[in-house]
Design a binder for this molecule. Structure first.
Ligand code: PMV
Length: 340
């Protein structure tokens, strides 16, 4: 017999975006969301997605509201596909009302898909009365967006690619909490005119797998780099970390640019930010700032608290940098409340 949801129960969950220091880019199994390489990220403070879900048999179809606007088309379809998995696990078919707000600009490089699917996974399973361990919740979030698997946890998070075809050894795990390194600062340069993504990351990355001549070489470069980055975080070795983060970002960008057709996520302003960082590091004689970006135009600049104000002053001189955010490692996803 089909089960029914707890009528009227609304669950609300918070999750934050994360920025990858080692990028996930390409899946060995698209259906199971299994990546080719492991990745590592920092979950950020201050930014968050808050999502509430209520399953309601009286609804005709799923409803999805983002920042006060009801959405149809591909965004709602992606939410519905994700909810289908939750409904299947819970054993009922009721449509749901999903209300989501971001306290930051959606899309184009601030990883709203990571916080979005992490929050949706938490809210939907809680509303459905499912109790999942953080690891199981992360594995579910991964099926919405790979990077969402890391946003379940706070601080420094590794998503292990695993090798098993069934994916049982593929999971995200927290390495160090946000308090491990509070001085680590992420100064985010939000650039003007950052284009909305025209191709979803999930499709773009598979194009890189198929066509980038650099993709294979990257697969041998990532594991030792990830191990070095993990050790640099453990030892709070900032200048080593920043150097490796730049190396990783440059390789990710080279893979994107050598994809056919090329993937170019940066604007002139983003490029100017990267050049300004190179000049600052050259002048300092060591890597005092590490840059990275995801599949978007905004640039995340890692530095120590002591160098952050100098960096912000430099960014203020770049036309096309619309705003600067100063962020730190932050907490993982959490249940806010259950009503009804
Ligand atoms: O999680 P997705 O499908 O949005 O892909 C994320 C890809 C990158 O942000 C570029 C890298 C990463 O590991 O977050």
């Amino acid at each position: 017999m089909a089960r029914r949801p707890v009528p009227g129960r609304r669950a609300t969950f918070d999750a934050a975006p994360n920025i990858a220091l080692v990028k996930y880019w390409g899946m060995r199994d698209v259906d199971r969301g299994l990546p080719f390489n492991s990745s590592l990220s920092v979950t950020l403070d201050r930014l968050r997605t808050r999502t509430s879900v209520r399953f309601d048999p009286a609804l005709e179809a799923d409803q999805f509201e983002l920042n006060g606007v009801g959405l149809d088309g591909p965004p709602r379809a992606a939410v519905s596909r994700f909810l289908d998995r939750v409904r299947k696990a819970a054993g009922f078919e009721s449509p749901a009302e999903v209300i989501s707000t971001n306290n930051f600009q959606t899309a184009s490089g601030l990883a709203s898909s990571a916080s979005g699917f992490a929050a949706l996974a938490g809210a939907a399973t809680a509303a459905a009365g499912l109790e999942l361990s953080p690891r199981a919740l992360s594995a579910l979030a991964r099926l919405g967006s790979g990077s969402a698997s890391r946003s379940i946890f706070g601080g420094f998070v590794e998503w292990r690619a695993g090798v098993r075809p069934d994916g049982r050894d593929c999971y995200a795990r927290p390495l160090y909490g946000p308090d491990h390194w509070p001085a680590l600062t992420d100064v985010v340069a939000l650039v003007e005119g950052a284009p909305e993504k025209s191709t979803r990351s999930a499709e773009a990355m598979q194009a890189s797998v198929r066509t980038s001549p650099l993709y294979r070489r990257r697969q041998t470069a990532v594991p030792p780099r990830l191990a070095r980055i993990r050790r640099a975080i453990r030892d709070r070795d900032a200048y080593l970390l920043f150097r490796l983060v730049i190396e990783e970002c440059d390789e990710f960008r080279a893979v994107c640019e050598s994809t056919d057709p090329p993937l170019d996520y940066l604007t002139d302003a983003s490029r100017e930010v990267l050049e300004a960082v190179d000049a600052m590091n050259a002048a300092a004689g060591r890597t005092i700032v590490g840059y990275t970006h995801d599949a978007g135009a905004h640039v995340h600049l890692f530095t120590l608290a002591a160098d952050a104000s100098r960096l912000r002053e430099r960014l203020a001189r770049i036309r096309g940098v619309a705003r600067v955010l100063t962020l730190h490692p932050g907490p993982g996803a959490r249940l806010v409340r259950i009503e009804g």
